[in-house]
Design a protein around this ligand. Sequence first.
Ligand SMILES: Nc1ncnc2c1ncn2[C@@H]1O[C@H](COP(=O)(O)OP(=O)(O)OP(=O)(O)O)[C@@H](O)[C@H]1O
Length: 213
Amino acid sequence: MTVTTARTVLNINDVCVTYPDGDHTVAALDHVTFSARAGELTAVVGESGSGKSTLLSVASGLSAADSGSVDVDGSTGMVFQSANLLGSLTVREQLLVTDHIRGTRIDRSRRRRADGLLSRVGLDGFGDRRIHQLSGGQRQRVNIARALTGDPALLLADEPTSALDHALSRRIVELLRDLTTERGLATVLVTHDRSLLDQADHVVEMRDGTLVC
Ligand SMILES: Nc1ncnc2c1ncn2[C@@H]1O[C@H](COP(=O)(O)OP(=O)(O)OP(=O)(O)O)[C@@H](O)[C@H]1O
């Protein structure tokens, strides 16, 4: 029998993050060790304030760890809680804005690639619409497509379904699940909705800044 182990894309080792809290400090992450592998969806659950967002923030490099190490093999895409999309841009432009900022020429192949991603997330033909013309679920699909534009190895999603009803939440998580397999993404999904956990390969729980598995 051949046993192949998927590539580790995110490796968080013995990480601590503390924040000042009056005269004290609060340990948002307390010696956390965590990894995410290619082609696998890992769900992170836990009470409010348990450290889930801090874990993603450290994984993405948006905040630094006080101690320990964070290694990512490849680039990172992020899907945020509230779809922070730009109202003045079309749906297609939301996907091209990073290229634009980088000064990359936006030629026909870039546009075609953006349309391909939109089609993959279920938004075929929506490229010319503006954000206010989309439903909440469709906005989150744009957010997911945008997170994929840089061809990430690691996809971090912080409560991507918090504004959606149950059926829509499920469809969004199923989409993340399918994209994880198809693209070999290491996906880390923070959610408080335990009914979605059947879509995950692994579930970890955070409690007071520590991981309990
Ligand atoms: N910038 C900050 N300054 C001070 N304390 C912070 C800061 N960010 C987070 N914390 C504290 O760190 C702990 C972990 O917060 P974190 O946002 O990671 O939790 P969470 O599990 O994501 O919560 P939620 O589900 O409510 O989003 C909490 O006690 C929080 O109050």
